[in-house]
Design a protein around this ligand. Structure first.
Ligand code: NI
Length: 228
């Protein structure tokens, strides 16, 4: 499932993030990629251990925590520490690649399975030319370029790229999620059901017997499919 999640960050948070990123010690983006994707990756990234990264990680994680649609769509069990990248100038693209299935969390023995890939946009679409995130799907490819503060989530197993940025700079955060529900298909069904239930609740009320029954079905499906 590819989903546009709106307003993960507030305009104030975007401003703050942009200020921090303007002073940040950017480095080569290839430090966190595997051998195959390193060959097509040409961007800049913030070092994982620097102070700016920590400040911005808190900011992004706070945005995710308060967002109900994000939670329902991703059903996160683990979220990898968000990373930050910049495309522009001579470091302006990332060709077709797949993300590694496992991510080792820096400085720990922990690892997560990358069920869901996420990008939060920090730059407005008008700030740069090109720079679309293009995700290949069985239905064809989907081009994504969102407002600052918005996020796209998409299946971790898809081939994707970032088109060359030919003018301006594209700033974003990216990270992965290990979901409590491993299957993309099951997660999608649960999300659809949750969204429709939300709609139904506003139409007929929380205590309608059908709403109570279907809410039970949603939770029973969760119980059947989820790992905590
Ligand atoms: Ni990727």
């Amino acid at each position: 499932m590819l989903l546009h999640v709106r307003e993960v960050l507030t305009p104030d948070e975007i401003r703050r993030a942009t200020e921090v990123l303007a002073q940040a010690p950017w480095g080569d983006g290839r430090v966190t990629s595997g051998e195959q994707s390193a060959q097509v990756k040409n961007n800049e990234q913030l070092p994982e251990a620097c102070e700016e990264t920590k400040v911005l990680q808190d900011l992004v994680l706070r945005g995710l925590q308060r967002h109900p649609i994000f939670f329902s769509a991703a059903l996160p069990r683990h979220i990898s520490p968000p990373l930050f990248n910049r495309y522009g100038g001579t470091n302006n693209s990332f060709g077709n690649h797949v993300d590694s299935a496992v991510r080792y969390l820096p400085g720990t023995a922990e690892r997560i399975r990358t069920d869901v890939s996420c990008t939060v946009f920090f730059s407005e679409p008008d700030d740069y030319e090109g720079g679309e995130l293009v995700i290949e799907d069985t239905f064809g490819s989907k081009s994504v370029k969102l407002a600052a503060g918005d996020m796209v989530i998409y299946p971790g197993n898809s081939v994707h790229r970032v088109n060359p940025v030919t003018q301006g700079h594209r700033l974003a955060s990216f990270f992965w999620i290990q979901s409590m529900v491993r299957s993309n298909e099951q997660r999608r069904l649960l999300f659809d059901m949750d969204m429709h239930l939300m709609q139904l609740r506003t139409q007929v009320g929380e205590t309608d017997p059908a709403v109570i029954g279907l809410t039970g079905t949603y939770h029973n499906l969760l119980r059947m499919w989820l790992d905590v």
